[in-house]
Each structure stands twice: as structure tokens, then as C-alpha cells.
Write a protein that binds this ligand. Structure first.
Ligand SMILES: Cc1cc2nc3c(=O)[nH]c(=O)nc-3n(C[C@H](O)[C@H](O)[C@H](O)COP(=O)(O)OP(=O)(O)OC[C@H]3O[C@@H](n4cnc5c(N)ncnc54)[C@H](O)[C@@H]3O)c2cc1C
Length: 508
């Protein structure tokens, strides 16, 4: 008997209130599951998608792809080899390069399909340069390079299409509507509980329906699209303890990402990803100047000492904060913040709202920002030793004046002095958006055993697809979480509908 639920083989469920048979069963109606369902039904398969909650799941803005029709018309060209090499590098070569390369080579063609579908329905799609994405970070040195991969789905002003809070939700709306029109069936409020394995092959899924268990047989195969482990603290403690030290978990719906796909997979001999999980954690309040305006300010620990390279490349800042003494870090900036921002982010500067000063005032009033006339007063207000803070700021300003950060290596563009009062401070926040972690898969995204043997009839897409990232989410290609969900959702959905694997071999 194992310690964790995924190590304890359950009693097989054998009594059913209903039974269905289709070509393909998709488990989970997030972005990956909706795309897999739509792609399979568009390719002629009969499909049931089962979902734990009452509607499809969608959040986030950017959908990443390389060389789509949108990028072509906006004059953006990205070298797939370079992008793949950098993503692979972020994983310290733990990830499966062939999977990354499939995304780099084929995401443009895949997303273009949905761009055409969305535009035909009245949606708009453009390249995003706001929020995490930047327009002009592609020519920085490799460590900070960011490609213009982020696609933003939207509706035009005055449209009567249903408004959504998140850009990716528009894409999910389009895909879901198309899948329904083509005859896909979605069973909502129907959590999958077990996979059916017969003679070494996955032949279906057992789900809990309103009236009891439903057995859904899958002639061609089962595609797991259950998301990662964001809501499962036990799994986080085992596989990604740093993610337990965040201030807030932003994922929704709560309980949607319990790692069910990993648990069900383990029960049929699947292995977990060979990579360490790559949490998507954003420092929300690096946006001193408003949403999406993140820039690089001096950061100190609770002793008032500088301790990290502050370049505002999201995971780098949050990783350092989460491992700092007391899990605390303070951003410090001065009265000339607008000038500093203009130098660091000239492209975003033009998009600053008119009322930045007002917004800063509101944050001071709410206590989110601390303001003081001198560094000594600021230090006292935030509880760090004043002498240390003054010395740190003096050293930092020296480096800024020299134009070279010989202490931490922040590029000159992102060095801004902290000289003129009043001075400000705010705590660096760390919000966990999603924690991708999945099952060990091969180059076909087919789930494998510990011995690297593919399990017949079982595939994983989206965040339950393991071996894709490791250690940190690579914002070098913004939107690549949605991007790989869409890319593999479509490629696996289409291939399986034709009885094939991604490499063209028979799927059986
Ligand atoms: C606030 C926020 C902002 C984000 N911004 C971005 C962004 O800009 N760009 C980007 O690329 N990524 C972004 N992300 C991350 C991205 O949204 C996720 O990584 C992505 O949704 C993963 O898609 P998925 O389909 O694999 O999983 P999910 O979206 O988590 O979908 C999984 C689905 O499976 C269902 N499910 C789980 N278990 C079962 C079961 N046993 N039976 C049936 N159904 C089950 C769940 O209920 C859920 O509907 C953001 C995330 C959040 C939370």
C-alpha cells in the first residue's frame, strides 16, 4: 500500500448506470481538451469530451505560436530553431526537444486554422505586446530574449459576441462552438474517475454521472487533457515545493487541476514526467505603473541587501523572491519612475495611461506602496535596517552611473537610479497562475510507462503532457502554455481520428 493516492491501486468500478461507445474520449474541456475534441470531430471521428465542471475552462491572454498568418501579416518572423533551442535551454535539457520542436515548427499552421475560424465568426486576432509580452525584447541577449509569439483574440468594438475577461476565452468559445456544430458531445459535471485497461490497451474511461457511473468506450483512444497540479497541495509538496510559497493561487475553477490525469495514468502504469515541474508564477506588482507595465527596479531582501538580478523576466524575479530569507523581497524606486520607465520600456511607455500618478497615489493610500521622504524613513517603514538600505542604494547608483552592473549583471537598459525622493517600496508579490506537470510521453504525445513503452490508446495534451518544460516557465515565447495546448490538442486529435500517431504510424 503506497502513501499517496496515485500509489494506491483502486478497486475497479464494475457497475454502470450507462454505457456509450465512441471513437475518441477526451477528458477535460480546457483549451487543450476543447481543441482536441474539435480537431477529432472535424477529422471525422465520433467524440465525447467529459468535463468535471459545468462549462469549458478558459483563462489568460496570450496564445503562443510561431509564424502564423497573423505574424506574417504583421511582419513578424521567428526562427523556429532558435525559439526551440532557447525553450529547451530553459529546461536545462531535461525536456523532450522533439516535442518542443513540433510546437516551434507546426504551431503557426495550427493556430492559423483557428485564426481563420475566429475571424470568420467576427473575432479579431493580433500580436500582443502588452502584459508579459514585449515588442522589443527579441534583440536582447539570449537570457532575456522574448519573441513576438503572443496572439490576442478579441472582439471588435460594438460586437454582439459575448464579451470575455480573457483573450484565450474567445478562442475557446470559437473552438467549443465549432465542435458542437460538428456533432461533438460534451458531458459536463461528469468527472472521469478511472481509465479502462484491457489486454494492455486503454479502451475507455469511467466517469461519475448524475445517476451513477458511466462507462465510455473509446475505439481509437483516450486523450487526457485534465490540466496540471495547481490545486493539489500534496502533489506540489512532492514535486514542486517552491510553488507552495506563493502569496496567491490565481487558477480557476478551484479544484479543476487536482492532477486527476496523473493519478488515473499512474493507476494504468504510466510514468510521471521526467522533468521537474515548471510553475507559471508572475510577480503581479512589478507593474508599478499599471497593469502590464512591469519594469526593473532595485530589489532588496529583508536585510535591505540586494540579492538578485532584477531584470523583469517574470520567473527569474519570483524564483529569487520565493527562495529569499523569510520569503520577502521589496522593490524600491524613486520619484523619477516615469523617466526610468521611458528608458527601460520605450514601446510600452507610449501606452501608459494618463493617470499613472493618480494610480500610484491610490496605491500609497491603500498601503500597497510605502512612500517616505528619505531612504532612512522608508527603511523604517518597511522594517529593514536603514544603514543597509542606504549602502545598497548607494552601491546600486554607483553601478548605474558606471553603466555596468558588475554585481548581478542587469543589462544597462534596465538599470535606473534611485536618487530623488520621495522614495517608494512595495513587496514583490508571487502569484501562481498554473502548475503544469504531467505524464511521461513520447514524441507522439503518447503516454509511456517507466520503461518508455507507449501505452496503447492513451495520449496527453495540455498541461498534463509531461516532458515539455522543466524548472521554470519560459516566457521567452509568451503564450506558449496555451500555444502548446492548442498545437498538440489539434495534432493529436486529428491524428487519432485518422487512426494514426503524430509520426504517421498506426495508433493501435
Ligand atoms: C489567470 C491565468 C492567466 C493565464 N495567462 C496565460 C497566458 O496569457 N498565456 C498562456 O499561455 N497561459 C496562460 N495561463 C496558463 C494557461 O491558462 C493554462 O496553462 C492552460 O489553461 C492549460 O490548459 P489545459 O487545457 O491543459 O488545462 P486546463 O485549462 O486546466 O483545463 C483542464 C480541464 O480538465 C478538467 N478536469 C480535470 N480533471 C478532470 C476529471 N477528472 N474529469 C473531467 N474533467 C477534468 C478541468 O476541470 C479543466 O476544465 C494562465 C492561467 C491563469 C490561471
Amino acid at each position: 500500500m503506497g502513501v499517496h493516492i496515485w500509489q494506491q491501486q483502486p478497486e475497479p468500478i464494475t457497475e454502470f448506470a450507462a454505457e456509450e461507445t465512441v471513437d475518441i474520449v477526451v477528458v477535460g474541456a480546457g483549451i487543450a481538451g476543447c481543441v482536441a475534441t474539435q480537431s477529432a470531430v472535424e477529422s471525422g471521428a465520433s467524440v465525447i469530451c467529459i468535463e468535471k465542471f459545468g462549462k469549458p475552462t478558459a483563462h489568460g491572454s496570450d496564445v503562443g505560436a510561431i509564424n502564423s498568418i497573423v505574424q506574417k501579416r504583421e511582419g513578424v518572423h521567428i526562427d523556429p530553431l532558435e525559439a526551440a533551442r532557447l525553450i529547451y535551454g530553459w529546461s536545462q535539457q531535461q525536456a523532450n526537444y522533439n516535442l518542443i520542436r513540433i510546437w516551434a515548427d507546426r504551431s503557426g499552421e495550427v493556430l492559423s486554422h483557428y485564426v481563420r475560424m475566429a475571424e470568420a465568426r467576427g473575432y479579431t486576432v493580433r500580436i500582443n505586446s502588452r502584459l508579459t509580452a514585449r515588442a522589443d525584447w527579441y534583440d536582447l541577449e539570449e537570457k532575456y530574449r522574448m519573441f513576438r509569439t503572443a496572439h490576442l483574440f478579441d472582439i471588435p468594438e460594438g460586437s454582439d459576441l459575448p464579451p470575455q475577461r480573457w483573450g484565450a476565452a474567445y478562442l475557446v468559445d470559437v473552438v467549443f462552438a465549432d465542435a458542437l456544430e460538428r456533432g461533438a458531445r460534451f458531458l459536463f459535471n461528469t468527472p472521469a474517475e478511472q481509465l479502462i485497461k484491457e489486454n494492455g490497451r486503454i479502451t475507455g474511461v469511467i466517469a461519475r454521472g448524475e445517476d451513477g457511473f458511466i462507462r465510455i468506450n473509446a475505439r481509437r483512444g483516450v486523450i487526457l487533457a485534465t490540466g496540471g497540479i495547481t490545486d493539489n497541495d500534496e502533489m506540489k509538496e512532492c514535486f514542486c515545493p517552491i510553488s507552495l510559497r506563493v502569496d496567491k493561487v490565481e487558477n480557476f475553477p478551484k479544484g479543476g487541476n487536482m492532477g486527476d490525469g496523473l493519478v488515473m495514468g499512474k493507476w494504468v502504469d504510466a510514468a510521471f514526467s521526467r522533468c521537474y515541474p515548471a510553475p507559471i508564477i508572475h510577480p503581479v506588482n512589478l507593474s508599478v505603473l499599471g497593469p502590464g507595465m512591469a519594469s526593473s527596479w532595485l530589489i532588496v531582501d529583508r536585510y535591505g541587501r540586494r540579492f538578485m538580478n532584477e531584470t523583469a523576466f517574470e520567473p527569474m524575479v519570483t524564483n529569487a523572491r520565493l527562495n529569499a530569507p523569510g520569503n520577502i523581497a521589496w522593490t524600491i524606486w524613486d520619484a523619477d519612475y516615469l523617466e526610468h520607465f521611458r528608458k527601460q520600456e520605450p514601446d510600452k511607455f507610449s501606452a501608459l495611461p494618463d493617470n499613472v500618478a493618480e494610480q500610484v497615489e491610490t496605491c500609497v493610500e491603500s498601503g500597497e506602496y510605502v512612500r517616505a521622504g528619505s531612504l532612512a524613513e522608508l527603511a523604517e517603514a518597511i522594517g529593514v535596517p536603514a544603514g543597509n538600505l542606504e549602502a545598497t542604494v548607494a552601491r546600486y547608483n554607483e553601478l548605474v552611473d558606471a553603466g555596468e552592473d558588475v554585481d548581478f549583471g542587469v543589462p544597462e537598459r534596465f538599470l535606473s537610479p534611485c536618487r530623488r525622493g520621495p522614495f517608494y517600496a512595495t513587496k514583490i508579490s508571487a502569484w501562481l497562475l498554473t502548475l503544469p506537470y504531467g505524464l511521461h510521453v513520447d514524441d507522439n504525445s503518447q503516454v509511456c510507462t517507466e520503461d518508455d513503452e507507449p501505452i496503447a490508446g492513451l495520449y496527453a495534451v495540455g498541461n498534463v503532457q509531461g516532458d515539455y518544460w522543466a524548472n521554470s516557465y519560459p516566457v521567452t515565447c509568451p503564450g506558449s502554455s496555451h500555444g502548446r495546448s492548442v498545437c498538440f490538442g489539434r495534432l493529436v486529435g486529428c491524428a487519432l481520428a485518422h487512426g494514426e500517431n503524430l509520426d504517421g504510424t498506426p495508433s493501435a
